[in-house]
Design a protein around this ligand. Structure first.
Ligand code: ING
Length: 301
C-alpha cells in the first residue's frame, strides 16, 4: 500500500474585483479542512488566485500583466505556502506565470510537504482564440495571453510515487496522458476553469460540459492506469458560469469522489498508488502490447 491521502480542493467563483489575499484566505481555510481529514496532498484549480481573466478582451499589456505572478511564492501567496508547510502537505496549484524574460504561461507547480517547489508544468493545449471574436457569446482568449508551454509533460518522483501535472484543456487530449503514462505516471493532478456554456454552440450546456469532462478524465486514467485528480474553479464569475465537477478518478477509470456544489468544497480520498500496478502489468503493459511501428502519424502531423 502506497497511500497518498489526497484532497481535491475546489474553489467557487473569484470575481474580477476580488483581491489575491482574499482568495488566499479561502484557500488556507480549505487547506485546514483537508488537513483535519488527514490529507497530505492538495490539488487546487487552474489560475487559482484570480478570476478566469482570459474571458476579458484587453489590449493594454500593463492591464493584462496585473493578472500574472512575477514570482511564486510571493507576498500575497506566501501565507498559503507557510500553512501547507505547517500542515506537512504538498500542493498542486495553477497560476498565470510572467517570467523575468517577459514570457507568459498558464502554469502549475508541484510542491513537497515542506512547500519546496519540485516541479513546474506550463499548459500546452491552449484553447480559444487570440483576437476578439464577435461571433462568440463570450471570449476565451488564452491564445492571446499565454504562450504554449515549453516544458513538455514531465513526471516527478514525489510523495512516494510518480506524479504528473496537466491543465484544463490538456485533459481533452489523449497525448497528454500517454506521454506521462509512458513515463510510468501514477497520479496526474490537473486544475480547470470550464465555462458552463459553449461560446460557439449555445445549446451545449453544463450537462454536456460535465459529460465530456468526466469522459476525458476517466479515459485518461483508465488507458494509462493512473489516478486523475481534477480541481475546478466553479460557479458564476461576473455573470459567467463555470462548471464544478471536481473529481477523483481511480486507475481503473472509476470516479471515486465528485464535488456536489459550485462553491468552495473539498474531496478527500485515500489514493493507493499500488492500485496502478494491475493495469500497468496486464491490459496496459505498454512494453508488451503497444506497436509503435504503426503510430508514426501521431507525432508527425
Ligand atoms: N477551459 C475549457 C476546457 O478545455 C473549453 C475550454 C471548454 C474548450 C470546452 C473546449 C470545450 O475545459 C480551459 N481553460 O481550457
Amino acid at each position: 500500500m502506497r497511500k497518498i491521502v489526497s484532497a481535491v480542493i475546489q474553489l467557487g467563483p473569484i470575481q474580477k474585483a476580488d483581491s489575491r489575499s482574499s482568495v488566499v484566505e479561502r484557500m488556507i481555510a480549505l487547506l485546514d479542512a483537508a488537513k483535519k481529514e488527514g490529507a497530505t496532498y492538495a490539488v487546487f484549480p487552474e489560475l487559482t488566485f484570480t478570476t478566469f481573466f482570459p474571458r476579458w478582451y484587453m489590449e493594454d499589456q500593463v492591464e493584462v500583466d496585473r493578472w500574472f505572478e512575477r514570482s511564486m511564492p510571493n507576498a500575497a501567496t506566501m501565507p498559503l505556502f507557510e500553512r501547507a508547510k505547517e500542515h506537512g502537505m504538498g500542493m498542486y496549484l495553477g497560476y498565470a506565470e510572467l517570467t523575468p524574460e517577459g514570457r507568459h504561461f498558464n502554469t502549475s507547480i508541484l510542491t513537497d510537504t515542506s512547500s519546496n517547489i519540485i516541479g513546474k508544468y506550463r499548459k500546452i493545449h491552449l484553447p480559444g482564440h487570440a483576437e476578439y471574436d464577435d461571433k462568440r457569446t463570450h471570449q476565451h482568449l488564452e491564445k492571446r495571453y499565454f504562450e504554449p508551454g515549453d516544458l513538455g509533460f514531465p513526471v516527478w518522483r514525489a510523495h512516494g510515487g510518480l506524479m504528473g501535472m496537466a491543465l484544463c484543456n490538456d485533459r481533452r487530449w489523449p497525448e497528454t496522458y500517454r506521454v506521462m503514462g509512458l513515463q510510468g505516471v501514477e497520479m496526474i493532478s490537473l486544475g480547470f476553469n470550464t465555462p458552463s456554456v459553449n461560446s460557439q454552440r449555445s445549446e451545449e450546456g453544463a450537462e454536456d460540459r460535465l459529460f465530456h469532462h468526466r469522459l476525458s478524465c476517466q479515459s485518461g486514467a483508465y488507458q494509462n492506469a493512473c489516478w486523475v485528480l481534477a480541481s475546478a474553479k466553479a460557479g458564476v464569475e461576473d455573470g459567467h458560469p463555470l462548471i464544478g465537477g471536481s473529481l477523483i478518478v481511480d486507475p481503473n477509470g472509476h470516479i471515486v469522489a465528485e464535488s456536489k456544489t459550485e462553491d468552495d468544497e473539498i474531496l478527500v480520498h485515500d489514493c493507493d498508488l499500488d492500485q496502478c500496478n494491475f493495469g500497468k502489468t496486464t491490459i496496459f503493459d505498454f512494453a508488451r502490447h503497444r506497436r509503435i511501428e504503426h503510430y508514426g502519424l501521431i507525432t508527425s502531423r
